[in-house]
Design a protein around this ligand. Structure first.
Ligand code: GLN
Length: 540
């Protein structure tokens, strides 16, 4: 039977619960256990698919086509385990399900209430999709005491009572602020946060205390005493210069051993942390061994979390190449002329146009593509970025001056247009112009066949790949020849040959556009080949 670890947060938000959950899962995996991470999100959206990246950061897409919280990206990167639709639960989904049952008459005349109907639904969701995992780590979004989080606290309390307290561990992440005038780390907010948690019937079994320095023995003992936790189970979540150092920092304080002890599992065997230690060495080397500058020409440039997986993928590829990758975020709304493009990109070793939605900033994106093409600067177009690259060639080289995506304008020649029918797992999926916005894109992993002799095939080292998608529009394959005559070759297509998935320019140093999101599959120990090759090209 799976053992459950619930991770809650207190004092303030943004303490890094997602990374903490991911790091603990990585340690348990390194001990040979099968792990799964889940995220409970108390907001009312059904999923983050319709939320602005400014509000919630990137929307992470799973292989099975769910639009999820960006923490699922951390889980995958730290554990290598592919997330599933059932790994991210929101209040919106819970209520959707409860209300559907109510309309169907499933509650047979009963009054439908938060307790027990909503809490039962939450408990079912927590256990859903769990097979033979040894550990399920379940992170609760928000901080203890948030009104919308209350049904979740009640649910996990009940869950522990039903599964048996010995099969469930509660871990609480808090903040230890350092007060310079007093010269000490303060434990009171942690104590109060734990009291708050206790008022919902939850006694934490382990505390993870975020601070800018390690706590001393006195502080540890004080927290343990007042919070009713063993001192060995009060762990310093100390700031580090790179998130991939966290598993080793936790292990150094015996965290995974304490978890095993709690669940009465053998502790004499050490976890295998070779890959983590190896990666740490490689990243420290890369940090001090030259750098490349990539300009990311996008829209949400003031909030790096909006492109979390992208910056991680570039980082992984940098470490693999033994170099630091510096990102220059360029707001394409401020680029209206070639002179402005030159100013923005002349110091870049490479230009990347990432995924995006809507017409704002698109002229600047097309200028970014043109600048990269004309100056032989490595160019990587991802999803929207690939569409921009295709439109740039159509407009400037093929001569179809009004080439457009139907997402951007109803007028002009729709070279990129709404796709209304495609195949998924042998079934035909259909959409119309009037379909809902939420959950109706081409989402998740789709196979793609690569052309012999292409650079992309050489980079992947195989002919058939599967990559994750999240888009509504597609390049119309009837323009394939026109593009080809102007140097842009479609080198990857859906297996039925209908959907262009990858374009490249053989006459260029490195110019690749992909309709999917390769960054979602990059992991520190398995950097994505396209990013590795792109960084390599920038280095040269
Ligand atoms: N807006 C484009 C589409 O829907 C691209 C989406 C993306 O970049 N993820 O097709």
């Amino acid at each position: 039977m799976a053992r459950y670890i619930f991770i809650t947060g207190g004092v303030v938000s943004s303490l890094g619960k997602g990374i903490a959950s991911a790091a603990l899962a990585a340690l348990l995996k390194a001990r040979g256990y099968k792990v799964r991470n889940k995220k409970l999100d108390p907001y009312l959206n059904v999923d983050p698919g319709t939320m602005s990246p400014y509000q919630h950061g990137e929307c992470y897409v799973t292989d099975d086509g769910a639009e999820t919280d960006l923490d699922l990206g951390h889980y995958e990167r730290f554990t290598g385990v592919s997330s599933k639709k059932s790994d991210n639960i929101t209040t919106g989904q819970i209520y959707w399900s409860v209300l559907t049952k109510e309309r169907r008459g499933d509650y047979l005349g009963g009054t439908v209430q938060v307790i027990p109907h909503v809490t039962n639904e939450i408990k079912d969701f927590i256990a859903a999709g769990v097979d033979d995992e040894d550990f399920v780590l379940c992170e609760l979004g928000g901080t203890v005491g948030d009104i919308e989080g209350l049904p979740y606290l009640e649910s996990i309390r009940q869950f522990a009572n039903e599964k048996g307290r010995e099969n469930v561990m509660f871990m609480h992440l808090t903040l230890l602020p350092y007060i310079p005038t007093a010269g000490e780390l303060k434990t009171k907010p942690t104590q109060q946060s734990v009291h708050n948690l206790l008022s919902y019937g939850i006694q934490p079994d382990m505390l993870l205390c975020r601070a800018d320095r390690y706590m001393g023995e006195d502080e540890r003992r004080k927290i343990a005493l007042f919070c009713n936790v063993k001192p060995e189970r009060v762990i310093s979540a100390v700031d580090v210069d790179n998130i991939y150092k966290i598993p080793c920092v936790y292990h150094g304080q015996g965290m995974d051993q304490q978890v095993c002890e709690y669940f009465k599992l053998p502790i004499n065997q050490e976890p295998n942390l070779c890959s983590w230690e190896g990666f740490e060495k490689k990243l420290d080397f890369a940090k001090n061994n030259g750098k490349v500058r990539v300009a990311i020409a996008g829209k949400y440039v003031v909030l790096p979390d909006a492109y979390k997986s992208l910056s991680e993928a570039l980082f992984h590829a940098g470490v693999e190449n033994g170099t630091k990758v510096e990102i220059d975020w360029v707001n394409t709304e401020e680029i209206n002329t070639m002179e402005e493009a030159k100013k923005a990109f002349e110091n870049a070793d490479g230009i990347l146009v990432p995924g995006g939605f809507g017409s704002r900033g698109t002229d600047g994106k097309m200028l970014a593509v043109q600048y990269a093409r004309e100056n032989n600067i490595p160019f990587f177009g991802i999803c929207f970025g690939m569409q921009m690259a295709v439109l740039e060639t159509m407009r400037n080289l093929v001569g179809v001056r009004d080439a457009v995506s139907s997402e951007l304008s109803k007028e002009g020649t729709p070279v990129v247009s709404l796709i209304t029918e495609w195949e998924k797992d042998g079934r035909i999926e259909t959409r119309t112009k009037n379909s809902d916005m939420g959950g109706t894109m081409r989402l998740g992993g789709y196979p793609c066949h690569l052309e012999d002799g292409s650079k992309t095939k050489e980079i992947y080292g195989e002919s058939d790949i599967c990559e994750r998608h999240r888009h509504r529009y597609e390049v119309n394959n009837k323009y394939e020849n026109a593009l080809k005559e102007n140097g842009m070759i479609v080198v990857g297509k859906s297996p039925d040959g209908l959907l262009p998935e990858i374009v490249e320019r053989p006459d260029h140093k490195w110019f690749i556009g992909v309709q999917f999101h390769p960054e979602l599959r990059s992991r520190p120990f398995e950097p994505h080949p396209l990013f590795v090759s792109f960084v390599d090209a920038m280095k040269k």
